[in-house]
Design a protein around this ligand. Structure first.
Ligand code: ADP
Ligand code: MG
Length: 278
């Protein structure tokens, strides 16, 4: 940092203007620009670019923390060959994030350990990098939050908060059945997001069994109607990756059959099209 009055004042102003990279880098860049005989505009441009890059990085990190992912996952570490039933093309297309801007839904359906949560987190993280606000919930945690908010009369506030997210991931739908109030609040949540902002649901449950979790056929019908309106379905059936990995590590061949998740023809094998009914 420059010594003397100029240096002190400059440091003060840059702090006030919240330009920490300017403050950290200006002398180094000034020295280089002087050596390379760059002009003042060049000097300012370089500093502004550095500040911007760091600000974007900090913003992305802030959004990733706010999303509340249970672990960090990226597509780089996802082995598509291990889950051949998964439509890789569709995953890569979704990774571009356009579906969020088009307010479409993603449903990842498949048995346990086939990478649904991994993909949801990876795509959620990419959305954070694109400047979008993302929130991750398990279905159970979301329902608990909604019930608690209803009980202490802060449901309106919670709904407003949730509406600010461009993408909400609802993980593990179907693992735990909901109470009547829980199912109704979850339905309202989906209905509110319908045609307003995106959701990404992961489930191990075939559609025909959703009634068992929601408790009402009418509610399930209405919910599925909304969820499947503009939907991308990622189907990932097969052997659990976790199981295969641990079996490989133990040097044994996996013997157990994967649990049955999807039956019938309610999904069309990694559907790539979006259903547009309007
Ligand atoms: P699901 O949500 O379908 O039950 P997860 O995404 O939680 O499965 O996967 C279980 C574990 O296995 C996670 O640690 C995940 O990162 C890993 N995993 C699953 N599928 C793959 C894959 N194809 N490549 C790399 N890791 C995978
Ligand atoms: Mg999961």
């Amino acid at each position: 940092m420059l010594s003397g009055e100029t240096g002190v004042l400059l440091a003060y102003h840059l702090k006030t203007l919240k330009l920490p990279v300017f403050l950290r880098e200006y002398q180094k860049i000034a020295a280089r620009c002087a050596k390379e005989q760059g002009d003042y505009a060049r000097f300012l441009l370089e500093l502004a670019e550095l500040e911007l890059i760091e600000r974007e990085k900090r913003g992305t990190e802030r959004r990733i923390i706010e999303a509340g992912f249970p672990v960090r996952k990226t597509l780089d570490t996802f082995d598509f060959t291990a889950i051949p039933s998964l439509n890789k093309q569709l995953v890569l297309e979704l990774a571009r994030g356009e579906y969020i801007k088009r307010i479409e839904t993603v449903l990842a359906v498949g048995n346990s350990g086939t990478g649904k949560t991994h993909i949801a987190i990876a795509l959620g993280t990419m959305a954070c990098c694109e400047g979008l606000r993302v929130k991750f919930f398990t279905a159970a945690a979301l329902v608990t939050a909604l019930i608690e908010a209803k009980d202490d009369k802060s449901l309106g506030r919670l709904r407003k908060q949730l509406a600010r997210y461009h993408l909400i991931i609802v993980d593990e739908f179907g693992y735990v059945p909901f109470s009547k109030t829980g199912a109704e609040l979850l339905f309202e949540f989906f209905a509110e997001r319908y045609e307003r902002s995106s959701i990404f649901v992961t489930t191990n449950l075939p559609f025909e069994q959703w009634t068992e979790v929601l408790g009402s056929e009418r509610l399930t019908g209405a919910l599925l109607d909304r969820l499947t309106h503009r939907v991308h379905i990622l189907e990932s059936n097969g052997e659990s990756y976790r199981f295969k990995e641990s079996a490989r590590r133990l040097g044994k061949k996996a013997k157990t059959k994967p649990e049955q998740a999807i039956s019938g023809n309610q999904t069309t094998g990694g559907l790539t099209e979006v259903t547009h009914t309007d």
